[in-house]
Design a protein around this ligand. Structure first.
Ligand code: 6R9
Length: 635
């Protein structure tokens, strides 16, 4: 198991250095020792960032589902692969063993084939967080169909755009979904979307909420009867290393969503290797990532990474607030969860509830706590560390992107000493660089700039579906021969990285570059503040000035708002300096967020600048209703 499982800091540095000096040898060793290949590669890596073209393990043949399922049958056939925890805690959880997963994926794969899906075809998966979601993803991979999962909270318009962009001939969905107390009419949304999707021939419908839905003759089919008829044996399609495995859409700052294309071998190797190390996963651990499979976090760290390691991965259908805000902790206790991976936005929402509901449950099984999706502010970090981890479970603040496929910068728990708000050190094989505005690399420590990656890693997205030019333009044009992440970062005196936020979030006030994250961190230190977001707005003298949107913990906060404003600016002055003081502070009920919990600053920026006529598309927001409220109360 050389190199595969890092156990102390010295070993990290040793392995890291090797992975940088001899990347091809390093990844070849990892690939050889831990995976099942139908045929090994002719060449480990071929790359040219100027085209850009990146190929890993060229010439190799494999099927990722044989690595995620079949390979484990001999030793882990009766081990739980997927542990399904339903929305309603009264409904029993379901343990799907590796053997059962094998049968169910094969049956599903046969149903796909019988319905005309072939290798290379695109299949849209619009399914809530139920076992059929993971199973349909794997069934596509089994037969070499390219899955395009669309988060089952997106609107019909967003769904239609994605179906048409990649030309999906089939949609897999469910009658409806549960979300806390609510049910959502998924099939109705699909029907609406398909009015503008002529490419779709077949819709397979899983039964979840047993609602009355319309089935269109010749197009729509109930899934279960087809599965019942299907054989539980389906030979895995033999894929080339660089055959596309999936498309996943990510929204750009402008224009239509980008269908990021991930390919087979490199993605498998990197997600498996990062999973094992970033979570220090050991046989018999129970691992839980609260993300939705509709996001990259769910693809890489609910499905592929864990299953490639023969792990037990929890799949949770519900929400953190149902039936109450203790639900996450109840699940941790019930399944004795060892690794828990969530997002800062969830941590802040839970922190708002205090600790009473945490104290009710036994969280002693926890060994590793993860964070992903946005910078984790200092207050949330400490709350997570003190109350959930009881100061004994390291927090891994994992920085990465849909485009990177896997975790890029993270502490390795029990190996890398953590530092609040720092994603810390690059993962094995990752070569970050910070650039100044002129495109020159900032060498040494204590520097801040734009975050790039200098050298390819196995799971980098290979293109944007149908638009290689845009791929080149977006990621490889800003800095020659570098992948540009779009994020800003600083490197501290010991070489730890702190992500300062999207570069488009950088606000220049009187010539000073200010990242949003450190200022928001400071504001959130105020005891009355639950969450905040700052944006720039035009200012005669300063160029830009800062506008803050602040959510108070107690909406009925009786204290004088002007005093609160003064106190907030005082804290900012103490933490960053008077240059970062806010010109305007609006107390609002909520912040517009994407479905994955990222603040939509584009909208806040427009409101702050009084450009409310043209707010752009708000339909994919988690909470479109807060927008009007913010507009009405703008300063
Ligand atoms: C995995 C995922 C990517 C963007 C990324 C960055 C932000 C993610 C972060 C983080 C600070 C972290 N981001 N993790 N910022 N610290 N630990 O979230 O992918 O949805 O594509 O978002 O999210 O800005 O560029 P994706």
């Amino acid at each position: 198991m050389s190199n595969y499982h890092i156990k102390h800091l010295e070993e990290y540095y040793q392995v890291y250095r090797k992975s940088i000096r001899e990347p091809e040898n390093f990844w070849e060793e990892v690939a050889e020792e831990h995976f099942l290949w139908r045929k090994k590669w002719d060449k480990v890596l071929d790359w040219d960032f100027s085209k850009p073209e990146i190929k890993w393990f060229e010439g190799a043949k494999l099927n990722i589902t044989e690595n995620c399922i079949d390979r484990h049958l001999a030793t882990r056939g009766d081990k739980t692969a997927i542990l399904f925890e339903p929305n309603d805690p009264k409904e029993p959880s379901e343990h799907i063993t590796y053997r059962q997963l094998h049968q169910r994926v094969n049956q599903f794969a046969n149903v796909l084939k019988e319905n005309g899906v072939k290798k290379g075809d695109r299949v849209c998966i619009y399914v809530p967080m139920i076992p059929e979601l993971a199973i349909s993803v794997l069934a596509c991979a089994r037969i070499g169909a390219i899955h395009s999962v669309v988060f089952a909270g997106f609107s019909s318009t967003a769904l239609a755009t994605r179906i048409n962009d990649s030309g999906c001939k089939m949609v897999i969905t469910a009658d409806g979904s549960y979300r806390g107390k609510k049910t959502i009419d998924l099939k109705g949304i699909v029907d609406e979307a398909l009015e503008s999707c002529a490419v779709v021939e077949t819709v397979l419908v899983a039964k979840r909420i047993h609602s009355e839905i319309k089935m269109k003759a010749g197009r729509d089919k109930w899934l279960q009867p087809l599965l019942d008829e299907a054989s539980a044996e389906c030979k895995a399609e033999v894929m080339d290393a660089e055959d596309p495995l999936f498309i996943l859409y990510t929204s750009g700052s402008t224009g239509k969503p980008k269908g990021m294309v991930h390919t087979t071998a490199g993605y498998m190797v990197y997600t498996a290797y990062t999973f094992k190390n970033a979570f220090q996963y050991k046989e018999n651990d129970v691992y839980w990532c609260t993300a939705d499979i509709g996001w990259i976090t769910g693809h890489s760290y609910i499905v592929y990474g864990p299953l490639a390691n023969g792990a037990t991965t929890v799949l949770f259908e519900g929400v953190p607030s149902y039936p109450d805000f203790g639900r996450f902790w109840e699940i941790v206790e019930k399944h004795k969860v060892n690794q828990f991976y969530t997002a800062p936005t969830a941590i802040r929402a839970l922190a708002k509830q205090g600790t009473e509901l945490i104290d009710k449950y036994d969280l002693s099984s926890l060994k590793v706590l993860g964070s992903v999706g946005e910078p984790i502010n200092e207050e949330a970090w400490h709350w997570y560390n003190d109350n959930v981890g009881k100061k004994k479970s390291p927090i891994i603040d994992t920085w990465w992107q849909t485009e990177t496929g896997g975790i890029m910068i993270t502490p390795i728990p029990y190996v890398t000493p953590t530092k609040p708000t720092y994603a810390s050190l690059p993962f094995i094989g990752i070569q970050p660089a910070l650039m100044d505005e002129n495109g020159d690399e900032l060498k040494g420590n204590q520097v801040e700039g734009r975050l790039c990656i200098k050298f390819p890693w196995p799971s980098i997205a290979r293109t944007i579906w149908g638009n290689h030019e845009r791929y080149k333009e977006t990621y490889f044009s800003a800095f020659a021969n570098n992948y540009f992440t779009g994020d800003g970062a600083l490197r501290d005196e010991v070489g730890y990285y702190r992500i300062t936020g999207r570069v488009d979030d950088v606000i220049i006030v009187s010539g000073h570059n200010l990242g949003t994250a450190p200022i928001e961190d400071a504001i959130n230190e105020h005891p009355a503040v639950a969450e905040s977001a700052i944006v720039g707005f035009p200012h005669d003298v300063k160029g830009s000035a800062l506008y803050g949107y602040v959510i108070l913990k107690d909406a009925g906060e009786s204290r004088n708002h002007d005093n609160l404003r003064k106190e907030i600016n005082q804290i900012i002055t103490e933490h960053i300096g008077p240059i970062a003081k806010l010109d305007k502070i609006q107390f609002s009920e909520g912040l517009p967020k994407t479905r994955s919990g990222k603040i939509m600053r584009r909208i806040l920026r427009k409101i702050a600048s009084n450009e409310i006529e043209n707010l752009g598309d708000t339909s994919t927001l988690l909470n479109p209703e807060v927008v009007q409220n913010i507009i009405d109360n703008r300063l």
